[in-house]
Design a protein around this ligand. Sequence first.
Ligand code: COA
Length: 211
Amino acid sequence: MVAQSKRSDDARSDLPVVGAGPWEFGGFYRFRGYVRRRLGLAITRVRHHRVRFGSLCDVRSGSHFAIGRRADVRFGDRCVLDYGFTLESSGHLEVGSGSVFGHHCTIAVERSVIIGKGCLFGEMVSIRDHDHAFANTETAILHQGRISSPVLIGDDVWVGAKATITQGVTIGAGSVVGAHAVVTHDLPPGSVAVGVPARIVRMRDGGPVPI
Ligand SMILES: CC(C)(COP(=O)(O)OP(=O)(O)OC[C@H]1O[C@@H](n2cnc3c(N)ncnc32)[C@H](O)[C@@H]1OP(=O)(O)O)[C@@H](O)C(=O)NCCC(=O)NCCS
């Protein structure tokens, strides 16, 4: 018997879209949130002067930044970094405006990570542009240095919770990465990829899945 996808494309288009409207918080809570976010960003800018934040970024408590002297780190306007966000960078990180990181996401940059606009990262996503070298069996891995290759994530990409993006990967604009996936190869724009290693299960526009 041929395995069936858990829902057909027709069924998927019938699913209700919920929560697309404006958030239903009262005016007081929205005002309090606004003040907290502005204060939080001001404090973060003072504490982490090597990181450049655009306007109206929302950096939640418990975020951790370890930024090297030669690093170049920029977040565009209105980015959201939920609590526990961790960034270690000795290279170039650029995040486009309006991108949102769930709690405890980690980005580690040796050379270059570029993330587009309006991306959405679930909680505990890990993005790294390097691995530890381990070719030499005579030397401890800890002492073999790192191998690094740039990571590029296009605009409007959604990465599910606990996914890992490994070094050298390009994820095309408008792609979706399933929860817990490990992305080890490039994904073309508009693809939906799941699993370990991440494999494309469909294209968002219904086109053929590239081999
Ligand atoms: C990938 C996802 C978006 C579903 O996309 P979809 O195109 O609707 O895919 P479907 O549900 O039709 O599943 C297609 C196939 O992939 C499998 N699949 C879906 N998500 C998967 C995942 N995360 N890991 C492994 N396999 C997965 C399905 O079981 C199905 O396999 P089958 O054809 O053998 O039955 C969803 O499963 C997902 O992972 N969402 C992330 C949720 C999340 O982490 N949110 C964080 C808040 S931002």
